[in-house]
Each structure stands twice: as structure tokens, then as C-alpha cells.
Design a protein around this ligand. Structure first.
Ligand code: AMP
Ligand code: ZN
Length: 470
């Protein structure tokens, strides 16, 4: 399609919906704050990663080429404490959590991004930023720690519009065990505190990075420049993102650091943020063990706008499952009995107006709930036609193109009647493994039987489950 709508995004910095004009539409540079790897992610975390997927797939549908990064925070207090406790290296400690993170996002069909840098592999870039900050008079050292001096950076607070007077009083700021000149200052490079703590010998002393510095450094490492979009959960806006601005613009004042800040709202449980510390969370694996489909979670997140809070409940997941079936059932009415070639071009006739409405909704600040609403309006039109005078062959084909294109965002549909594609098979295998782990053997057996019925043979080996088609 050559008349694609222009994309508008709400920029947290201005609070306005702004037309998205990247420096290079052929390479849109996007950085998203990723997981700290010391545990399973809860589905609140996963909402913010799925948001990154919505952004990516929408950009592609709207004609952009994304070049995306999500960092892995593989060093922090919790990681250090737990690896010391378990007497293993931080690499050994974090490896299974990194694997679990990638497994989870794959299960939710989050597309793989171009870059996944790790904090522990970006130390030299951190040193370079500290070098520049030092040259620009923005750092000081105390007891082996390197601090950022906020009072020397003019634009502090421009993203969060935070009231600095409140912070100086210390009311909501942790002065922790470090000695700072100003309560607002934050630590860039931390001297070791514990016996056996992972640290690096560097030109700025022995130590390890502060969390904020990691993100500024990984952005530089990947792009060697500023970026078009920076995303993260809304809780990261202050102080994390504000501090990233202070570091990156303090070090490279000649460059624009981030053009558009986009923040994803929280997943709530009974009105409160889902979080590990409150204990009100589900992991993806919990829900799979309870027989919920990961695609229902994907759909549920898609059905709420990223900037609105979403109150999670199991009944909402059940509704999501039904909604997926309603879309698939209509698609099944159009699919040929024998598997044919998949559509290779976007709709151009009967389904074109509906597809344009779908894209226009995405272009309006990634309004996925409206886009889904448009899908349901079109389903009604298709079903009414099929129930009365039918659809002509070329109209059916155009509808198939429509479903194929919307599925480039949704990724919840399958295009062969009663058959499973590879990712469906892998998803079911993962679900079976989880069911077995939680001793739900009835469910595990049911999945094996279901797969067998659809021509998929499983073999349990000591290296995991292998599968093949009959
Ligand atoms: P953390 O592991 O706590 O650093 O969080 C990783 C990501 O998940 C960050 O982008 C957070 O903003 C995001 N996040 C944490 N809790 C929630 C929640 N309840 N809903 C949505 N996003 C969240
Ligand atoms: Zn970050």
C-alpha cells in the first residue's frame, strides 16, 4: 500500500500526541528498558515487553523499518546478593533467568529484536560516558563512588517535570548508605561493599555500574548516537529515565538523546500495581499451568491501550480466549479445505476499507483496542454476507489477505484448517512441560493426545522434548 497513514505517538516529554518523524524511516532506532534477571518475570513486566512488540509490528505495518534494542540488566544488588549466597558467579546465577525471559517472550510471540546487550558487556562504554561527564564538570567522587552532580545539569527534571524542592527535603528519596553532596545526586560507579562482590578494575576505580548508567551506555554501544524512541514502564519515567537524560545529554550536549519518550502503563491487580514486592503477581508459567493460553494473554494486552491501566483478572483472560475464537471461526469459514498459498499482498478490494480503518487506528497512538473494534465490525459484515448471498471468490481472497495482514500485528491466528503451525506446536509443548512440572498430568496427557490427533509425535529425551510430523 502506498497511502499509509502517518503515525502519531504520545510523547511523555510533552504530553502531546506528536507526528512521528524519525531521523531515518529506514532505520528507526528504539531502545526499551528490559528485565533485571534474578527471577521469573511477572505478567506485569511482560505487558511492557509486549508493548515493545506492538510498537515494532505497528511500525512495520506502517512502512517503517525498526532497529530495536532491549537491554538485559545482569548486575544489580539482588543479583550480587543471591549469587554470593549461592556461591556461584553472577554469570551462572543469571543464565537460567535470561533463558526464562527469552522463553517467555517467545511464548507470547514477541518478535525477536535486533539487539539484546548486557550491562556486564558494556563497561567500557560506561567509562567513556564518565570521562565525558568528568570533562563537563558533572561528577564528583566520594569514598570510591562516582556521583552525578545534578545541580550542575541545567535541564534536570525536563521529562518528569518533577518538583525539585520536594526532593531536596529528602521526603521521597533514599539517601541510602552512600554519602552524597546533594540528596538528589545518584551514583554512576559504585565501590564494592561486600566480600566477593563482582567488580571491575577501571580508570574510574574498582567497582560496578549504577543502574541508570547501564542504559545510557548500552544505547551508545548499539547506536553510537541518540535514538528516535525510548520506551519503558511508567514507573521508570522518574528517576531512571530522568537520570538517563542527565547522563547522556550531560556527556554529549551536542546531540539529541531521545526524540520520543513512550511509556507503557501498569498492569494492576485489584487496583494495585502487580509487583513482586506486593506478592500479587502471576508469572506466565503460573497461568499456563492453570490451562490459560499464552495467546489469550497476548490478546488481553492488545485489547487495552498501552497508556491505560489494565486491571488483570482471570475472567478477562477467558473473555480474551473467546474473542480469539470468534476471529478464528470467521477466518475458518474463508479458508480453503486444502491448504493453499498464503496471501502475498495486502487487501486491495472488498477488504481494503476495513484494513485502512485498522491501520488508521494503529497510526493514532497505537490504538489497538480501536483496531480490534474495527476487526469485529468487519467480522460481522463478513458473517452476514456469508450467511446470506455469500462472498465472491475474489472477495474471499481479499478477506484472507486482510486476516493475514492484521495477523502481522495480532499473531493469534492460524491459516490452515484444523492444523497447527510450528509455533503452535512449540507453545503446546511448553504448556505440557509446565503442566508436568506442576504435576497436572491429566493436562499434560491431554496435550500429547491433542498433538497426536493433529499428526504431531512427541518424544521425551534427556535433552528435552523432540517432535516431528507424522
Ligand atoms: P523490573 O524488572 O522491575 O525492572 O521491571 C521490568 C519492566 O517491567 C520495566 O519496564 C517496568 O516498568 C515494567 N513493569 C514492572 N511492573 C509492571 C506492571 N505491574 N505493569 C506493567 N509494567 C511493569
Ligand atoms: Zn533503562
Amino acid at each position: 500500500m502506498n497511502d499509509l497513514p502517518g503515525l502519531f505517538l504520545t510523547n511523555s516529554q510533552t504530553g502531546e500526541k506528536e507526528e512521528f518523524r524519525p531521523a531515518d524511516p529506514g532505520r528507526v532506532k528504539i531502545y526499551s528498558c528490559g528485565p533485571t534477571v534474578y527471577n521469573f518475570n511477572h505478567i506485569g513486566n511482560l505487558r511492557s515487553y509486549l508493548f515493545v512488540d506492538i510498537l515494532r509490528r505497528s511500525l512495520k505495518l506502517l512502512g517503517f523499518v525498526p532497529d530495536q534494542t532491549m537491554n538485559i540488566t545482569d548486575i544489580d544488588d539482588k543479583i550480587i546478593n543471591q549469587s554470593i549466597e549461592k556461591k556461584i558467579s553472577i554469570e551462572e546465577f543469571t543464565r537460567p533467568w535470561i533463558d526464562a525471559f527469552f522463553e517467555d517472550i517467545k511464548t507470547l510471540r514477541v518478535e525477536e529484536l535486533e539487539h539484546y546487550p548486557r550491562a556486564t558487556e558494556s563497561i567500557e562504554e560506561m567509562m567513556k560516558i564518565i570521562d565525558r561527564l568528568k570533562e563537563n564538570g558533572l561528577v564528583y567522587e566520594r569514598d570510591g563512588n562516582v556521583y552525578y552532580s545534578i545541580s550542575h545539569f541545567q535541564n534536570y527534571g525536563k521529562l518528569s517535570k518533577i518538583d525539585l524542592s520536594g526532593m531536596i527535603s529528602g521526603a521521597r528519596y533514599d539517601a541510602d548508605e552512600y554519602r552524597k553532596e546533594d540528596l538528589r545526586d545518584f551514583v554512576l560507579w559504585k565501590a564494592p561493599k561486600l566480600e566477593g562482590e563482582k567488580s571491575w578494575q577501571t580508570r574510574h576505580g574498582l567497582g560496578r555500574p549504577g543502574w541508570h548508567l547501564e542504559c545510557s551506555a548500552m544505547i551508545r554501544q548499539v547506536y553510537q548516537s541518540g535514538i528516535d524512541i525510548h520506551t519503558g514502564g511508567i514507573d521508570l519515567l522518574f528517576p531512571h529515565h530522568e537520570n538517563e537524560i542527565a547522563q547522556s545529554e550531560g556527556a554529549f550536549p551536542e546531540e539529541k538523546f531521545v526524540k520520543y519518550w513512550v511509556h507503557c502503563e501498569h498492569l494492576l491487580v485489584e487496583g494495585q500495581k502487580m509487583s513482586k514486592s506486593l506478592g500479587n503477581f502471576y508469572t506466565l508459567r503460573d497461568l499456563i499451568a492453570m490451562n490459560y493460553s499464552p495467546l489469550a494473554i497476548r490478546y488481553l494486552f492488545l485489547s487495552y491501550h498501552y497508556a491505560t491501566k489494565l486491571n488483570f483478572s482471570l475472567s478477562r483472560l477467558e473473555e480474551a480466549e473467546k474473542a480469539i475464537s470468534r476471529i478464528q471461526n470467521t477466518l475458518d469459514r474463508l479458508l480453503p479445505d486444502e491448504p493453499g498459498a498464503l496471501p502475498s499482498s495486502p487487501p486491495s478490494g472488498f477488504a481494503l476499507p476495513a484494513f485502512k480503518e485498522f491501520l488508521a487506528s494503529l497510526a493514532d497512538d497505537l490504538n489497538t483496542p480501536r483496531a480490534l473494534g474495527k476487526v469485529f465490525e468487519f467480522l460481522k459484515e463478513i458473517n452476514t454476507k456469508l450467511d446470506s448471498d455469500g462472498l465472491k471468490e475474489d472477495e474471499k481472497l481479499d478477506c484472507l489477505s486482510y486476516f493475514y495482514e492484521i495477523n502481522r500485528l495480532l499473531d493469534i491466528l492460524h491459516f490452515e484448517k484444523d492444523s497447527l503451525n510450528d509455533s503452535d506446536v512449540e507453545r503446546l509443548i511448553l504448556e505440557r512441560t509446565e503442566a508436568k512440572k506442576s504435576k497436572n498430568f491429566a493436562r499434560a496427557d491431554a496435550i500429547r493426545d491433542e498433538l497426536l490427533e493433529k499428526g504431531i509425535l512427541l518424544e521425551d529425551t534427556k535433552n528435552g522434548v523432540k517432535w516431528k510430523r507424522k
